[in-house]
Write a protein that binds this ligand. Structure first.
Ligand code: ATP
Ligand code: MN
Length: 532
């Protein structure tokens, strides 16, 4: 069979008929297509800028998994994973395929998982050329040779212009992301927010890898030092995974999604998706420099009368973003694989201003904080969040977990037991000197200095103090960081107010942990904060 026949046969098999498919276009071709359709403009540095329309963030309430024999007893059903009827899925699949039929469409063959032992092939069909550019930037790009023998395993149909009818289609509203684990098909409709594409594959890997391969899948960034020492940075949205992993002195493995296999840490992706709000060349040089031709900017605005991006302008969305292939970062590691980590950082953006800028966790505390996944959601990635809100998100990524959080916690616990010399740190990239409204967010330069000192082993030489209530062990000294900020209580003018806030936060921790308490051992339970 000729290549063209094979392709149209595949499209027929997925239900798309008489379309005009454009297969694996280059970044330049996809950019040109976007410009031709008046869906984007070129910035003064050559990047393509688009607006994602109605949705400028993910829509977690509209994410479903098809209920069937495979999913029934494995999925952690509830408010993260909503059930979708399998017949309704088939009907919606037909509708989307019909919608894409007869149209000019963009198809992309890509991989997930940089460790070839676990590689997954994902074929995407997108309605819009820039959604395809996003996939090209974020997923792993097969070589020319790999493309000749490429066999798609998973399929994503992405149709932002297709709107579901909630009355008949079984959705909550017109937009949806639905995973069908048995058919290996993901349907995304009604939303052009590109993050839905990336996080649908993340959700899938969070299912396959722990369940079928005993690999811990992680919502974290990762980088590696000159001595081959890997560091991983867990954290919820806006806590600093992307920002802090871009370090001129270390190789970037990845900024958001990784797997921890027996001997490797590997990136699921082939690119980064960085926040752009208040971006400056001084504060975030690596990211700033990556925004050139081939990069895709979302929902930004220009200085009037120019094509120079005004990163302070968040009139469209707080969640302005740029997507670029990982090699746009100077010291990226490709293939994006590293060794077992030496240091693990849990990033939390604490809008209460209670937690120390950095503290070292005991093994019980490591598990306790991993399961808790505390942060404050800051405005941006999720629709409807406009000011910091207290959140506990298990494993620092509850929204993407198809399995019960304890499954991931067990895997982490096992890895920490097997590798006793791994250090685990809790880093507060959020408020200091008071809660949100009174204090300020800790300076990025201080957080960077704390992490650098940790990675260089400089904190091994200093004395540590213990913060009451949370029992956290805080260094008393760190190069390039004022010592007085290392204990958060010092930074509050009103000490009684600090103590009250600390108790309040501790209570929230304990209350949240209730749901996991029956599964946790004594060591983990004893790591809970104790409040007066
Ligand atoms: P997502 O999962 O949504 O991609 P993320 O964890 O990658 O989120 P970043 O993109 O790194 O989050 O966002 C952190 C934001 O917070 C950046 O805009 C960064 O400039 C800002 N910031 C301010 N102060 C700090 C700090 N002390 N540490 C880290 N980031 C900070
Ligand atoms: Mn990120």
């Amino acid at each position: 069979m000729s290549k063209a026949d094979k392709k149209s046969q595949w499209l027929n098999s997925i239900g798309i008929k008489n379309s005009n498919p454009h297969w694996n276009l280059s970044a330049q071709e996809l950019t040109d297509e976007t410009l031709r359709l008046n869906q984007g403009v070129i910035t003064d540095t050559g990047a393509l800028a688009v607006d994602t329309g109605e949705f400028t963030g993910r829509s977690p309430k509209d994410k479903y998994v098809v209920l069937d024999d495979k999913s029934q007893d494995t999925i952690w059903w509830g408010d993260v994973n909503f059930k979708f009827d399998s017949q309704k899925f088939d009907a919606l699949h037909t509708k989307i395929a019909d919608y894409l039929s007869g149209k000019k469409i963009y198809v992309r063959d890509s991989y997930a998982c940089a460790d070839k032992n676990y590689r997954l092939s994902v074929r995407l069909v997108t309605e819009l050329p820039w959604s395809n550019l996003f996939a090209n930037n974020l997923f792993i790009r097969p070589s020319k040779e790999e493309l000749t023998s490429y066999v798609p395993e998973w399929t994503i149909l992405n149709a932002p212009g297709f709107k579901a009818d909630s009355k008949t289609d079984g959705t909550r509203q017109h937009n949806f992301t639905i995973l069908n684990l048995t058919k290996k098909i993901i349907l995304i409709g009604g939303s052009a927010y590109t993050g839905e594409i990336k996080k649908s594959i993340f959700t899938l890997l969070n299912y396959i890898l722990p369940l079928e391969k005993e690999i811990l899948s992680m919502h974290c960034s990762a980088n590696v030092g000159k001595r081959g020492d890997t560091a991983v940075f867990f954290g919820l949205s806006g806590t600093g995974k992307t920002t802090l992993s871009a370090d001129p002195n270390r190789g970037l493995i990845g900024d958001d999604e990784h797997g921890w296999a027996e001997k490797t840490i590997f990136n699921f992706e082939g690119g980064c998706y960085a926040k752009c709000v208040n971006l400056t060349a001084e504060k975030e040089p690596a990211i700033f420099k990556a925004i050139h031709d081939g990069a895709l900017l979302e929902n930004i605005r220009f200085f009037a009368g120019t094509k120079k991006v005004n990163y302070d302008d968040i009139s469209v969305s707080e969640n302005t973003r740029v997507a670029y292939p990982i090699h746009f970062i100077d010291n990226a590691v490709e293939p994006s694989v590293g060794g077992i980590p030496k240091n693990i950082f849990f990033l939390t953006c604490d809008a209460f201003g209670v937690l120390p800028p950095i503290s070292k966790l005991t093994s019980g505390q490591s598990m306790y904080h991993f399961i808790s996944g505390y942060t404050s959601k800051v405005a941006g990635t999720e629709m409807g969040i406009t000011e910091p809100t207290l959140t506990f998100s298990a494993c620092f990524g509850k929204a993407f977990l198809p399995l019960h959080p304890i499954k991931y916690a067990e895997l982490l616990g096992k890895k920490l037991k097997e590798n006793k010399d791994i250090n685990v740190w809790l880093v507060n990239t959020g408020w200091t000197g008071g809660s949100f409204g009174i204090g300020n967010r800790i300076k990025l330069s201080y957080t960077r200095a704390l992490i650098t000192a940790t990675l260089n082993g400089e904190l091994e030489k200093v004395k540590f103090n213990t913060l009451p209530v949370f029992n956290l062990h805080m260094p008393t000294l760190c190069p390039n960081v004022p010592s007085e900020i290392l204990n958060p209580r010092n930074t509050w003018k009103d000490k009684d107010a600090y103590d009250a806030k600390a108790s309040e936060l501790a209570k929230s921790f304990v209350k949240n942990f209730d749901q996991y308490a029956s599964e946790a051992n004594e060591e983990i339970l004893s790591a809970a904060p104790r409040y007066p």
